[in-house]
Ligand binder design. Structure first.
Ligand code: SF4
Length: 315
């Protein structure tokens, strides 16, 4: 399988670029995700030209537009790092990459919950790093996460699923761009989108049904925005249960009363939190293969990412 390229804060790969000459190597990222992803490392502070080691920095001022200032000597690097950031974002537009894993809480790389100090020295955890915040504003709806959230099973599953969907979408736009393939893409992702947002599934369905009314570019751009917007909303136990119950409808004419009872029991057990999502999914995949159900066997929801990542064993 071709590896998917992901942007990443360099220190998470073990590169010794931190202010103290150290790194923040995350073995889950390199050893597990590294089997499927390859990396586009970015260290804003070093790429801007600061040495290793260097004086530590923090954010000061208003959380919306803080200043990046060294903690001991008070040197203000904000304008320089902002200029570098604008150039870097332009360069990243030219790169083929499908997600970004940021270092959490960094005044340069953080994408949320970064400490900002008021001029009187009071801390608030409402900031984003200078580069991380600018990235979010520039690449709207792009799959992003930080290493802190990556260790939350729900957020991790959501991020990785989003990366795989985004890669398939971008490949469709790049290699085909035909309406026929858009309709196929939509059909195959219906249940996955439903697990995030029934409202978005309905809006996307209407869009796909009105392909003749819209110019090609507008159609693809609107579809892309709605699709990625839907994936911003977490697939909860309640929403997954709704999808699983919806799936049982496709087996009406196939399952014996015993098989149907077993499937419904497994779905209830998932809903109550007794078993993880992987349990009903494995059973459904078994029935899909056994009865060769034509609609379900095309659904990405039943196989959204490599099973070896075991992402649905924990949600
Ligand atoms: S957090 Fe960002 S700026 Fe700091 S060392 Fe890591 S990559 Fe570089």
């Amino acid at each position: 399988m071709e590896k998917i390229r992901i942007g990443i804060s360099s220190c998470l790969l073990g590169e010794k670029v931190r202010y103290d000459g150290g790194h923040k190597w995350d073995r889950y990222i390199t050893d597990t995700l590294g089997k499927y992803f390859d990396w586009l490392p970015v260290c804003p502070e070093v790429e801007y030209g600061l040495p290793v080691p260097r004086e530590s920095m923090h954010l000061v001022g208003s959380p919306d537009s803080p200043r990046l200032i060294t903690t001991r000597t008070g040197v203000d690097y904000t304008d320089g790092i902002l200029r570098w950031t604008q150039k870097k974002l332009k360069m990243l537009e030219e790169e083929d990459f499908y997600g970004f894993i940021f270092k959490s809480r960094s005044p340069s790389s953080g994408i949320g919950g970064v400490t900002v100090y008021t001029p009187s020295g009071m801390p608030s955890r409402k900031g984003t790093g200078i580069f991380g915040g600018a990235f979010l504003r520039h690449f709207l709806l792009f799959p992003v996460i930080d290493d802190g959230r990556l260790h939350d099973p729900n957020l991790r599953e959501n991020f990785i699923e989003k990366v795989f969907v985004y890669k398939r979408w971008r490949d469709l736009v790049k290699y085909s761009g035909s309406i026929k393939d858009l309709v196929t893409f939509h059909t195959e992702h219906k249940l996955l989108i439903l697990s995030h947002s029934p409202k978005h599934l309905s809006a996307l369905g209407k869009l796909v049904a009105s392909t003749k009314k819209l110019k090609h570019e507008a159609l693809f751009s609107q579809y892309s925005n709605l699709l990625m917007e839907s994936l911003q909303l977490l697939a909860t136990v309640k929403k997954n249960t709704n999808v699983l119950q919806h799936i049982t409808g496709y087996f009406k004419k196939y399952l014996s009363p015993d098989e149907k009872k077993e499937l419904l029991e497994v779905i209830v057990n998932y809903h109550k939190g007794y078993v993880p999502l992987i349990v009903p999914i494995v059973l459904i995949n078994h029935y899909v293969r056994k009865y060769d159900e034509p609609y379900l066997k095309r659904q990405v929801y039943l196989n959204p990412h490599p099973v070896e990542l075991m992402l649905r064993n924990h949600v």
